[in-house]
Design a binder for this molecule. Sequence first.
Ligand code: SF4
Ligand code: SF4
Length: 209
Amino acid sequence: MTVRLTTSQGSESADPSFAEEVMGRSHAKLERCYQCQACSSGCPVAFAFDYAPHRLLRMVQFGLKDRVLDSQTVWLCASCETCATRCPNDIGIVHVMDTLRDIAIREERTAQTKLPLFHNTFLGEIRRHGRIHELTLIIQYTFASGEIFHVRKLLKDALLGARMFAKDKLVPLPKKIKGIGIVKSIFRQTERGNCSHERRNYSQERKND
Ligand code: SF4
Ligand code: SF4
């Protein structure tokens, strides 16, 4: 069921069950959020977001599903956990971001941005090598995104790459890390749907340290 809400953007449709789904899947206590903005003021990536974390959470509370799932914030979040550490109400904002990405992919709401493509290319590199090999990442993304046809950008990137090579900032070939088996097993666990559980355990361990 959807309802109409009057917001700063005019009249928008809102889905009250969206907030319930996000809270149910992320186990984040969104009802505790009193908009103090401590999360947003500490977020190192907020300058690039279209909605700061506290605003995104408010939109989730109001069920503004379309705006939330189409936002760049969901994909630009670096999962650094600074927001969760600063939150006085112990709200698992990172779990919310994970959940929103899952829902956006499930509902195929990724057409408006290339960020999910970059996200998946990045993760593919981690899965293969356990770390990022910048050159492979850039080449794969350039082909997959169609940016190979943007000649001016390609030349600019090539010049930047040459400068980075000259300064030993790029290595020519990828190299796997020693614990690659563990990394692959984490990916398998994630595909089986244990991702949020694993992350919660990890977050709890960090808090207890
Ligand atoms: S820090 Fe916590 S309570 Fe404050 S706005 Fe962010 S999520 Fe809400
Ligand atoms: S986890 Fe995401 S939203 Fe939170 S501080 Fe880091 S980048 Fe910002």
